[in-house]
Design a protein around this ligand. Structure first.
Ligand code: ZN
Length: 137
């Protein structure tokens, strides 16, 4: 759940079906040969095997991405989807959350850092105080 209390919006089955068909039909990745009838990752082009497929929000739903075919990427789970989630979406979401928190007073109260401080130094020798010699002590 996001800061604003929204739930994740998953793609409806209709959208997932259409996206899957699109991934089988043509591969948009440059330099990767399209294999007709075979689903290929729309981000890196590898063949998508069962279990290694993710319907990815191109614009994260937490940032207003709609569960539409246009915003749905058929990606490999093992590489592209993982990378996007951890390297792009989560930091973007956290940044948006931080901005929201500071704008609406939701930040935790600041606490003063308690420190042990420094030990008080002993008296220093000075010209106005005569030196005590070891023999006089
Ligand atoms: Zn991929």
């Amino acid at each position: 759940m996001s800061m604003r209390g929204e739930k994740r919006t998953e793609f409806p089955q209709k959208v997932r079906k259409a996206a899957f068909a699109r991934a089988c039909r043509d591969c948009p990745v440059e330099g990767v040969e399209n294999i007709p009838g075979v689903p290929q990752c729309e981000s890196c082009g590898i063949e998508l095997k069962s279990g290694n497929i993710e319907y990815e929000h191109l614009v994260p739903d937490g940032l207003g991405g709609e569960p539409t075919l246009e915003n749905c990427g058929v990606w490999c789970r093992s590489s592209c989807s993982k990378k996007k989630t951890f390297k792009e979406d989560n930091p973007r979401m956290q940044k948006a959350d931080r901005a929201l928190k500071s704008a609406f007073g939701l930040k935790p109260a600041r606490q003063k850092i308690q420190s042990a401080g420094f030990r008080r130094a002993g008296p220093q020798n000075s010209a106005s105080r005569p030196l005590q010699r070891k023999s006089e002590q």
